[in-house]
Design a binder for this molecule. Sequence first.
Ligand code: HEM
Length: 194
Amino acid sequence: MAYLWFKAFHLIGIVVWFAGLFYLVRLFIYHVEANQEPEPAKTILKNQYQIMEKRLYNIITTPGMLVTVAMAIGLLSTEPEVLKQGWLHIKLLFVSLLVAYHYYCSRLMKQLAADECRWSGQQLRALNEAPTVMLLVIVLLAVFKNNLPTDITVWGVFGLIILMAVTIQLYAKKRRRDKEKLMGQIGQVPQEQN
Ligand code: HEM
């Protein structure tokens, strides 16, 4: 029974952690793009994003990670034989990458606060895709374990996911261009929102 409780809260922790990671980098994008605004909007927006990022990181994202890891330790202590399974070793490798990403986000947050961030909005958009890939790989490993299917169905699913991601990116790019064009016509600097 304890195992199921640990698993339930492991999954809840994951949802909270990822919600935080995805929204955090989205805030970084808005934060960087606030530089295009005239004063005083620029300073007001940047200060506001800084507060939101800090709260999101400290109150949602890091606790989400801690719950996920604490519940994982609970799962492993209840069933230690899982530790010998190959899928878990690969999963741990990707989880380490995810934890590294988490701490890299905190570094970016500090750089943004000090106005020293070198990333553009476009680069941050690309960075925000990294946790999606990690989520996909980790969940597939956790669900299929050592029997991760490699047949045509899997490649079809992967192909669809990549197609969806590319379509979303192209659509977002088109919206940004249309907005820039429109703002150019009415003589204003655009503020990107997607
Ligand atoms: C500290 C690192 C982690 C460890 C040691 C760990 C370990 C485990 C263990 C032992 C299970 C139970 C497997 C079972 O009973 O079938 C599990 C379940 C699961 N884990 Fe993790 N996990 C970790 C992090 C993560 C992360 C970061 C994610 C998501 C990105 C994740 C996704 C899942 C999912 C979806 C399940 C449920 C699988 C199922 O019941 O079919 N885990 N994890």
